[in-house]
Design a binder for this molecule. Structure first.
Ligand code: ADP
Length: 225
């Protein structure tokens, strides 16, 4: 069966214009099955964001291969962009919502960019927002929402185009512990209901324990926990 995400021999370094390169990823191999939710744990600076950006086709590795849903990602920009739009949802530590648009509109816009008719996009956005408990907040702008509510809108936006994989970079890292817990539960409910796969970076070992398995990024490679 096709893996939702497969990484083979991923390396990445930065040389910052100096002769010595800082090697961040040293040959990462990883496979994630459809419907699997995996925690990515590592200390700050270990290369989690670099890895997630490469897996999410926002950056390219120096060497190695990314495969999403059985499709090997090639080097062409247009094909990469299309695959990213259709198959990848991304959530950051900070919500990055568009401030001048309502929560609903923030979830509608990526669907319109993907060719979904406006009416269908609006009703799916509302359905997602209802699921994360934001039924009555859909028409509020981000500035009128709490941090936890903003992040829940960001989850709905990431899932709006029914991606094959969700990549999340410390999605509750900005929230206080109590809020983090309920917001994380909302994310897990969304992911489980959709049947998609997710790779979620977190420092929080309690949250990590609620996922299917854990991998640790250590010295530039993945090691099982
Ligand atoms: P993490 O997400 O685990 O905190 P990052 O992937 O952000 O780690 O960074 C890993 C290492 O790579 C760090 O030492 C960081 O300074 C370095 N790094 C990340 N991005 C760049 C860049 N664009 N240029 C140079 N160094 C970078």
């Amino acid at each position: 069966m096709n893996k939702a995400l497969k990484l083979t021999g991923i390396t990445k370094g930065y040389n910052l214009g100096k002769p010595t390169e800082v090697r961040v990823l040293n040959g990462v191999d990883f496979e994630m099955a459809t419907g699997e939710v995996v925690a990515l744990v590592a200390p700050s600076g270990a290369g989690k964001s670099t890895l997630l950006h490469i897996a999410g086709l926002l950056d390219t590795p120096d060497t190695g291969q990314v495969e999403i849903g059985g499709t090997v990602v090639g080097g062409g920009d247009r094909a990469r962009t299309r695959l990213r739009r259709q198959d990848v949802g991304f959530v950051y530590q900070f919500h990055h919502l568009l401030q001048e648009f309502t929560g609903l509109e923030n979830v509608v816009l990526p669907q319109l960019a993907n060719g979904v008719p406006k009416c269908a996009a609006q009703s799916y956005a509302q359905e997602l927002l209802d699921k994360v408990g934001l039924k009555d907040r859909a028409n509020h702008r981000p500035g009128e929402l709490s941090g936890g509510e903003q992040q829940r809108v960001a989850f709905c936006r990431a899932l709006a185009n029914k991606p094959r994989i969700l990549l999340a970079d410390e999605p509750t890292g900005n929230l206080d512990p109590g809020t983090s817990d309920t917001v994380f539960a909302a994310l897990m409910d969304l992911v489980r209901a959709s049947g998609m796969s997710a790779l979620i970076a977190t420092h929080n070992l309690e949250l990590a324990a609620r996922m299917d398995r854990m991998v640790r990024l250590e010295a530039g490679v993945f090691v099982p926990v």
